[in-house]
Design a protein around this ligand. Structure first.
Ligand code: NAX
Ligand code: ADP
Ligand code: K
Length: 449
């Protein structure tokens, strides 16, 4: 059982991976059921457990877990939503020699195991299932979901009436629902149980980046020169510039960035932008935080886009069709409002929409929020475990843009730079703790390096 990591598979990809593994489905269900029993043993601490079993293989996992837990001496009971419909679940139920109660009138238990539906859920939970599920979950001290909380859309993270779990034990790999909202919030802590299925996908969970420390051959320019362009709200660009410096950039120039800045940041005027962009040592430009939307601001965005420099576009620089297959590395960092302004409402999940947008504009996109999605042209995507919700305060996005600039400047490819930036940002937020403001992230960044 490990924290959520590795590949992210859709329901169909998971099914294909199970088949491709060459391991019998019976054996896979035995392993999943055993992992579930271990989780119940560990997190339930021996308290009586009620296992809710559905009609498919998710229910099958539940019957197997019940048999093992009973053998280990746990007071375990089962309530089912109906008779099993798959061959494997029928066999798993047949191997359980205890009673099977009815879901509708099941008695609550301190530990509730939700094995009603997993990746096979396709529609809203009917009231006759949702009602007792919620009643029993509310009465339990701990809810453990098998694979997924029953009632979330595996591939899009929709809520079809699920009850909130404290722990979700995902089998073989994470699914989009473990990371996309609102489902991610219904999962509680997600743990992965590896059951021997090899998983390969171009979507993965955000991982800790490899950030090399400066070495003896480094100097300020090898560590990366970042330009941050300021505008009508100087505090925003000051946050970006300081974040770039605090996340390891060797040289930060603030163009038109006024206000409270560390002395280490070099200040230049707006009319020096064009000259500065010609400096071959510039390794990243950050433009947009607090820029404003005047004609002058638009001209500066155009200059930055036309330059050969790696670029982070944020805030006011984000407009429809602002970039189109720019040859140099480019990262866009929209929040939901900016994303919709740029790309429209679109169809599909947040993952689908971010990937389509990355393909459309030929740039890496960090679609921010409580379920940040990073996508690059060609389909590569990274889903981010929920960061501290204390990030929902003004200026934290400006900090992220500055970090992304520093990551481009240290030579990371755009997708890796985006991932490293989001990881550092959430780690800084975790360290800053409750009540943090954007400025607090700046003081935590060096610790995260
Ligand atoms: N990923 C893996 O490698 C493994 C997966 N296993 C388990 O198998 C599960 C998938 O099994 P299934 O494909 O049988 O799917 P489920 O067990 O999720 O349920 C499918 C059944 O539920 C019905 N159904 C779907 N939505 C419904 C709704 N809203 N209301 C009422 N009924 C609904 C379907 O008609 C079908 O009968 C996984 O989530 C996992 O728990 C393990 O047993 C073995 C290994
Ligand atoms: N509820 C939340 N949980 C986790 N992270 C959040 C939440 N709300 C916002 N964030 C993060 O905080 C940052 C906010 O950025 P943004 O909306 O651009 O703010 P600003 O423009 O004020 O800097 C983003 O990195 C976003 O992912
Ligand atoms: K479940």
């Amino acid at each position: 059982m490990i924290p959520v990591s590795g590949c992210v598979l859709t329901a169909a990809q998971m099914h294909d991976a199970e088949i491709a593994s060459g391991i019998s489905l019976q054996k896979l269900m035995d392993r999943a059921g055993c992992a579930l029993a271990e989780a119940v043993w560990r997190f339930g601490s021996g308290r009586p457990a009620l296992i809710l079993c559905g009609p498919g293989n998710n229910g099958g996992d539940g019957y197997i877990a019940a048999r093992l837990l009973a053998a280990w001496g746990v007071d375990v009971s089962i309530a089912a939503s109906g008779f099993p419909k798959t061959e494997l679940a029928v066999a798993a139920r047949a191997a359980w020699d205890g009673l099977v109660g009815n879901l509708a009138n099941a008695q609550s238990s301190p530990v509730l195991v939700d094995a009603l539906f997993g990746t096979g859920l396709t529609r809203e939970l009917p009231a006759e299932i949702a009602k007792p599920l919620h009643r029993l979950a509310n009465a339990a001290e701990i809810v453990i979901a098998a694979d997924l909380p029953s009632g979330v859309g595996t591939d899009d993270g929709r809520d079809y009436g699920a009850a909130r779990a404290d722990i979700t034990l995902a089998f073989a790999a994470a699914k989009p629902a473990h990371l996309l909202q609102p489902a991610a919030s219904l999962c509680g802590k997600v743990r992965i149980a590896h059951i021997g299925v090899e998983c390969v996908a171009n979507v993965s969970v955000l991982a800790r980046p490899h950030l090399a420390q400066p070495g003896p051959t480094d100097h300020k320019y090898t560590r990366g020169m970042v330009i941050v362009v300021g505008g009508t709200m100087p505090g925003a660009a000051a946050l970006s510039a300081t974040a770039a410096a605090r996340s390891g950039a060797g040289y930060v120039v603030g163009i038109g960035v006024t206000g409270d800045l560390p002395h280490a940041i070099v200040r230049r005027d707006h009319d020096e932008l064009a000259n500065t962009l010609d400096d071959p040592r510039v390794r990243a430009v950050v433009i947009g935080p607090g820029l404003g939307r005047s004609d002058r601001a638009r001209e500066m965005v155009d200059l930055a886009i036309a330059s050969p420099c790696p670029l982070v576009l944020d805030g006011d620089a984000l407009a429809p069709n602002v970039v189109n297959d720019r040859p140099a590395p480019t990262i866009l960092t929209p929040h939901a409002g900016e994303f919709t302004r740029m790309f429209g409402d679109g169809d599909g999940s947040k993952l689908d929409r971010t990937r389509a947008a990355a393909d459309h504009c030929g740039a890496t996109i960090i679609f921010k929020g409580a379920d940040t999605v990073i996508a690059s042209p060609g389909g590569r995507a990274t889903l981010c475990p929920p960061a501290s919700a204390w990030l929902s305060t003004a200026g934290t996005g400006d900090v992220l843009a500055g970090i992304a600039g520093a990551m481009l400047a240290r030579g990371f490819a755009p997708h890796d730079a985006a991932c490293a930036a989001v990881w550092l940002h959430s780690e800084a937020a975790r360290l800053a703790g409750s009540g943090m403001i954007a400025d607090d992230l700046l003081t935590q960044l060096p610790r995260c390096l």
